[in-house]
Design a protein around this ligand. Structure first.
Ligand SMILES: Nc1ncnc2c1ncn2[C@@H]1O[C@H](COP(=O)(O)OP(=O)(O)OP(=O)(O)O)[C@@H](O)[C@H]1O
Ligand SMILES: CCCCCCCCCCCCC/C=C/[C@@H](O)[C@H](CO)NC(C)=O
Ligand SMILES: [Ca+2]
Length: 543
């Protein structure tokens, strides 16, 4: 086919059959779309349709025999030539499905011309993956990972001509360890089938491998980490699936598979967690001490309950109403224009994320020129807290459709630090209920929220232990609760919940790394149809 200046093809316009009728079909490279229009006069015409080329999944030659009604009986006609276009159909609530349209004509040459033109355009979609490494956790969530992958995802990957190497994990850390051994550079992406814990494993494997290959010491809390350009795709098959929900807008395996096929790319902030110059973990969603740490610790013993364990342990933890004393020091995220109380949300192509990335890059360039480490002022808060939550993204999930911090950004280089101070059970319940409705969850006198780039936390207990190491009496008999001397409950630390995994230390040093990794996603698309999420929360059910 002759080319226009710039290598573009002229518009391809033909009359092709679709269903029982003839349509005027146009392939317009300049506008990047395939369109079909009813050529009849407007009053009689049916719906006009178009599909962006970037949303076409595959094109296939199709065996086609048109049967035409002829005076009361079916009569087979001459052989027709056809091709099928598989494309993404967007349904409600960010759900995507694979739809198809089979176009036919009698001219074999014309049919080939169309198939070839469409295939060439698909070949030009350079961000689409061709080879993927897939890890399936067969025990995540309701233990459906393998079935979900085989029945819903693998057929779509093969339709899109994506080749895969599939590993079904045999134990925890299998995927993470494996990522240090395989030749990851031959893959266009890594897919994890499971929940947030499985994602966390794959992320640790990939980021860890990148740092190892670049000679970066992960134990240095101030190290500039090397970005990971191998994208991760999440096929949700876990219990919370918060990372998938917050980056796609729905927890649905087919939708996620289609985002992977189209080669979407969403950068993501990653927080590093250290204790005493020792690397502990990375986090992209929730780092929670107190309430969410205690839920996780209790729920780990009840994995057999599946996703229900979080509701059971959540209720138990709510009743226990433990608070924890400690000190938080943080540096505000001055580089970003956003605030946790904003009404605007982080959506596809977010302006705040782009601006923050630029701002951070400029700052680090300036620091580099001056050869100095940016030491800005630290703010310090001491207190008694029911929950300390640091979220690098909204943490929306089916249980909490807006998330723990609805205005948090996926890729702005900051985290929202939410401090829920000691309050009555009733007030805490009011706070939790606001995770699930449209009311402002920060509009309470006992809740504070800050947008930060790094923070440190030390519990009162470890501060006391460090300053009173010689106090043998305390050590032998335990430390007694000074606020409730009569209850004699021994003060204990809570545990950090780091994206669904527990941390071994309560004293932590956390730093947000702007856009350290990338996902096969595009963030949540603006969509007026869906914002009032319909899912009924566990808390509402409990009430
Ligand atoms: N074959 C396996 N056997 C046991 N544990 C595994 C296996 N494969 C992976 N794991 C571990 O299981 C943990 C939980 O898995 P996953 O995140 O998929 O499910 P979940 O905990 O039910 O969901 P969520 O994290 O969304 O709450 C992960 O931390 C992972 O390390
Ligand atoms: C009074 C009962 C309260 C029940 C509370 C139920 C839990 C609500 C879930 C909101 C969690 C959102 C943050 C996501 C965290 C994930 O990283 C983690 C691992 O999947 N999930 C949990 C539950 O910790
Ligand atoms: Ca962020």
């Amino acid at each position: 086919m002759e080319r226009l200046p710039g290598g573009r093809r002229p518009r391809l316009v033909s009359s092709l059959g679709l269903g029982r009728r003839s349509w005027e079909v146009t392939l317009d490279e300049e506008r990047g779309r395939l369109a079909w229009r009813d050529p009849r006069p407007p009053r009689r015409a049916g719906e006009n349709c178009f599909v962006p080329i970037s949303e076409i999944i595959a094109v296939e030659e199709t065996e086609f025999n048109k049967k035409q009604r002829n005076i009361g009986r079916w009569q087979k006609m001459a052989k027709l030539h056809a091709f099928t276009v598989y494309y993404v159909k967007k349904a409600r609530n960010h759900r995507w499905r694979c739809s198809d349209a089979t176009f036919w004509c009698e001219d074999e040459h014309l049919c080939n011309q169309w198939t070839q033109a469409l295939k060439e355009l698909l070949e030009m979609q350079k961000s689409r993956p061709k080879q993927l490494l897939v890890y399936i956790n067969p025990y995540g969530g309701k233990r459906q990972g393998k079935r979900i992958y085989e029945q819903k995802v693998a057929p779509l990957f093969s339709l899109a001509s994506i080749s895969t190497d599939v590993v079904i994990t045999e134990h925890a850390n299998h995927a993470k360890d494996n990522l240090f051994e395989v030749n990851i550079y031959k893959y266009d992406g890594v897919v994890c089938v499971g929940g947030d814990g499985m994602f966390s494993e794959v992320m640790h494997g990939l980021i860890g491998r990148m740092q190892k290959d670049s000679g970066i010491d992960q134990n240095n809390p101030k190290a500039s980490l090397v970005q990971c350009n191998i994208r991760i795709g999440i096929i949700p098959a876990g219990s919370t699936d918060c990372i998938c929900y917050s980056t796609v807008g729905i927890s649905d395996p087919v939708t996620s598979a289609l985002h992977i096929i189209l080669g979407d790319c969403q950068p993501l902030d990653v927080s590093s967690v250290h204790h005493n110059n020792t690397f502990l973990k990375y986090s992209v969603s929730l780092l929670g001490y107190g309430f969410y740490g205690d839920i996780l610790k209790d729920s780990e013993k009840k994995r057999w309950m599946g996703p229900m364990r979080y509701d059971y342990s959540g209720f138990k933890t709510f009743l226990s109403h433990h608070y924890y004393e400690g000190t938080i020091a943080y540096q505000p995220a001055k580089h970003t224009h956003g605030s946790p109380r904003d009404k605007e949300r982080c959506r596809t192509g977010c302006y705040i994320c782009k601006q923050s990335e630029k701002q951070l890059a400029e700052q680090s360039k300036e620091r580099g020129l001056k050869h100095e480490e940016g030491e800005e002022e630290w703010k310090v808060i001491k207190g008694k807290f029911l929950a300390i939550n640091a979220v690098s993204m909204s943490c929306a999930c089916p249980r909490s459709p807006k998330g723990l911090s609805p205005a948090a950004h996926l890729a702005d280089g900051s985290a929202d630090l939410i401090l829920v101070r000691k309050c009555s059970r009733f007030d805490f319940l009011r706070y939790l209920v606001r995770h699930t409705n449209q009311d402002d969850q920060f509009d309470f006198p006992f809740v504070d929220v800050y947008r930060v780039k790094c923070f440190q936390f030390t519990s009162k207990l470890s501060e006391d232990n460090e300053s009173n190491v010689m106090d043998i009496g305390k050590k032998r008999f335990g430390q007694f609760c000074r606020d409730h001397p009569a209850c004699c409950c021994s003060i204990v630390n809570s545990t950090w919940n780091c994206d669904g995994e527990t941390l071994d230390s309560s004293a932590v040093e956390v730093r947000v790394h702007c856009q350290l990794m990338k996902l096969f996603a595009r963030g949540i698309e603006e969509d007026c149809k869906d914002e009032a999420a319909h899912s009924q929360s566990s808390i509402e059910q409990l009430l």
